[in-house]
Design a protein around this ligand. Structure first.
Ligand code: COA
Length: 282
């Protein structure tokens, strides 16, 4: 159960295990906003990605990326600075930059996962293994669940979202969501929060990255630091990649809803069937 820490950049990060040991998951970076937005824009305008996502605008513009990244930086500022303080003041900091939380005084729970940028490490410090260079390859969002199985725009769905959103930080009954397709609760429904989703650059598809990323975020962050107990995932019914990622992480089907989720006219319009799956534990 470790969050890693890069003492050179003061950045906390999650490290994926083998066979994806070249992959880390980090917060968004203030000094790479334009750079990350440029790659994100390329990826989110690729049909191998956008056609599976309900939320992000299409065409996706660099300014959408900039706004999204700035929003994430602001949202995660407090969590990141708390983690930085934990590491900077920790007596038990280890030589490899990892922080054994079992030896720490138990901190309070967090309400967010700041680990949103999936990155491929291209250079490490040979002595410490600390990442020196990396490239952004995808996004990962863990959010409060938006009850996709209830009718879109219904008062039933709005009430379920509100009750879930109102539960206090660390409450074991909060239902969380990965692979959310978009549109979160009414309260959050500004343009850019509809980007809550998970995706990888097409150059990285099919290498096992997302399967291991999901496991790592759940095990190394969401359970120990957010007290996650309940988790669902949702995706278009034909999305076999998403289905397999969830099956490999012990999710089981709750329901399939035929012709359920509205598709933006820019992406062909109409309605798509969706699947909702529930996590059954590690
Ligand atoms: C869906 C996605 C996140 C999966 O990530 P990934 O890292 O490529 O998935 P993995 O490599 O971990 O593969 C997991 C399994 O899915 C299978 N898989 C991956 N992509 C697939 C595809 N397009 N069609 C069929 N199976 C696929 C893999 O073969 C693997 O199964 P296996 O272990 O039985 O061989 C990624 O393909 C992606 O970004 N797709 C576009 C955006 C998207 O769909 N996001 C999810 C929205 S809910």
């Amino acid at each position: 159960m470790v969050v890693h820490y890069n003492p050179l950049t003061k950045e906390p990060y999650l490290q994926l295990p083998a066979p994806c040991a070249n992959i880390i998951i980090t917060p968004q970076r203030e000094h790479q906003i334009e750079e990350t937005s440029a790659v994100m824009t390329e990826v989110l305008n690729d049909s191998r990605v956008y056609s599976w996502l309900q939320g992000p605008p299409y065409p996706f513009l660099p300014e959408h990326g900039v706004d999204w990244i700035k929003m994430k930086i602001a949202e995660h500022k407090d969590v990141v600075s708390t983690l930085q303080k934990e590491f900077e003041t920790s007596d038990s900091q280890q030589g490899d930059g990892s922080n054994d939380q079992e030896n720490q005084e138990k901190p309070g729970f967090f309400d967010k996962s700041p680990f949103v940028c999936i990155r491929e490490v291209t250079e490490r410090d040979p002595a410490t293994g600390v990442p020196l260079q990396d490239i952004w390859i995808g996004d990962f969002t863990l959010a409060r669940y938006a009850f996709y199985e209830l009718p879109p725009d219904s008062s039933e769905r709005a009430l379920a979202q509100k009750q879930n959103d109102d539960l206090p930080t660390g409450h074991k009954d909060i239902i969380w969501c990965i692979g959310c397709m978009g549109i979160p609760s009414e309260a959050q429904a500004q343009l850019l929060t509809i980007m809550l989703t998970d995706y990888l650059s097409p150059t990285q598809h099919g290498r096992g990255v997302m399967s291991v990323a999901v496991r790592t975020v759940i095990r190394d962050w969401a359970i120990p630091r957010m007290n996650l107990h309940l988790l669902r995932g949702s995706f278009y019914a034909e999305n076999m990649g998403s289905r397999r990622v969830m099956e490999k992480n012990n999710f089981e089907d709750i329901c399939t809803l035929k012709d359920w989720a509205p598709v933006s006219p820019n992406k062909g319009g109409g309605k798509k069937s969706i699947v909702v799956m529930e996590w059954k534990g590690l």
